[in-house]
Design a protein around this ligand. Structure first.
Ligand SMILES: Cc1ncc(COP(=O)(O)O)c(C=O)c1O
Length: 376
């Protein structure tokens, strides 16, 4: 048997990581400005993370959600404090798509309605409801297609109002910053208008912070820059630095009923230990402040790079839209300068580094970009 061939692969095999660097099987070092798609938050093989996960593995890796698990309660408490949502509750699952799936289900149970409003160019994952709310027909199978999801253009409150006032919608779901589509930002004013519009029409507001959350923009969640409070927040990626986990943060307006949500693996002991280690490291190393400061430094430095049409993003979530297709430039960064970056479409280079990145790494990237652009 072979792996099902759905991923175009670079011919590089990282076998070890340390902080914001990866090493391939030949010992070649790569600077990680991609974070395995915004997943590596505290850095590769962080000693405290390794110790916490290893200790837990030796003690108890898993038992089902039928018994007490104080690690889940510790994680909920710590995440509530760290994120500024101590009054919310936490449901744990295993991935971003699954978090969105549960969020949509909760909103539907709660309101008794079935329509969901999503936004143009959105990406919410690949499971049934999450992919239906994703604006990319190439990854939506006929089975997933549903009239229950409608789309409005991002930042167009008139279009939102026209849909929500029909009274048919249970939820509006929006990314804190659209990641997969190339770092497209809902304006702070739009997020505030959306919040008000959802409240007015009894629609639950779901903030998908799976890529933009967990400190990436310099605040715990990207929507906190706009000062709004959603009804539900979904998170995954950076939450356990690569250990699979997803979380749904749920406002006190929702009533939990036994059996309404559930999962076998979600909230297992090992995942909770990994997620707790991440939050401990966030605090000790002040990674949110670092994301804000290093992000500002990065943005400033990228302005001097030739061929950039537009720079978008916040903190360490940056989209560099190039005037020309960026494929050759990105390959040069990887194969000549040994720097991993992300992509969106043909023109946007996405930078989603570990949150422990600093000034030397920003310098290394910008120098490489200059050299690579000169030799184009
Ligand atoms: C905004 C957003 N939502 C949801 C997902 C899906 O997460 P997962 O791949 O963990 O299911 C992603 C993944 O890229 C994402 O960026």
């Amino acid at each position: 048997m072979f792996p099902f061939d759905v991923y175009p692969l670079w011919d590089i095999e990282p076998v070890r990581g340390e902080g914001c660097y990866l090493y391939d099987k030949n010992g070649v070092r790569y600077l990680d400005f991609y974070g395995g798609h915004a997943v590596i938050s505290v850095g590769h093989a962080h000693p405290r993370y390794v110790q916490r996960v290893t200790e837990q593995l030796g003690r108890l890796a898993f038992y089902s959600n039928a018994v007490q698990n104080s690690l889940q309660r510790q994680l909920a408490e710590r995440l509530g404090e760290a994120s500024g949502y101590p009054h919310f509750s936490l449901f744990l699952c295993n991935s971003g798509a699954e978090a969105n799936e549960n969020a949509l289900k909760l909103a539907s149970f709660d309101t008794g309605k079935k329509k969901v409003l999503a936004f143009g160019k959105a990406f919410h994952g690949r499971t049934s409801g999450a992919v239906a709310a994703t604006d990319n027909p190439k990854i939506v199978s006929p089975f997933n297609m549903t009239p229950n999801v409608e789309f409005a253009p991002l930042n167009d409150i008139g279009a939102v109002e026209a849909k929500l006032k029909t009274g048919e919608f249970c939820a509006a779901i929006i990314e804190g910053i659209q990641g997969v589509s190339g770092i497209l930002m809902p304006s702070d004013a739009f997020l505030r208008q959306l919040r008000a519009c959802c409240t007015e029409h009894g629609v639950r507001l779901i903030l998908d912070e799976i890529q933009s959350g967990y400190g990436r923009t310099g605040k715990f969640f990207a929507h906190q820059w706009a000062g709004v409070e959603p009804d539900i927040i979904t998170t995954a990626k950076g939450m356990a630095n690569g250990f699979p986990i997803g979380g749904v943060l749920i406002s006190p307006a929702f009533k939990a009923v036994h059996g309404m949500l559930g999962t076998t693996f979600g909230g297992n002991h090992l995942a909770c230990a990994a997620a707790l280690a991440v939050l401990e490291i966030f605090e000790e190393e002040r990674l949110l402040s670092n994301a804000a400061a290093t992000g500002a430094l990065l943005m400033g430095a990228l302005r001097s790079v030739a061929g950039v049409k537009e720079l978008r993003g916040r903190g360490l979530m940056v989209g560099m839209e190039m005037e020309k297709p960026m494929g050759a430039l990105r390959s040069k960064l990887l194969f000549e300068h040994k720097i991993f970056t992300g992509a969106a479409g043909a023109h946007v280079i996405r930078l989603l580094p570990p949150l422990c990145i600093g000034r030397p790494q920003v310098h290394e990237l910008v120098e490489a970009l200059r050299k690579a652009a000169e030799s184009e």
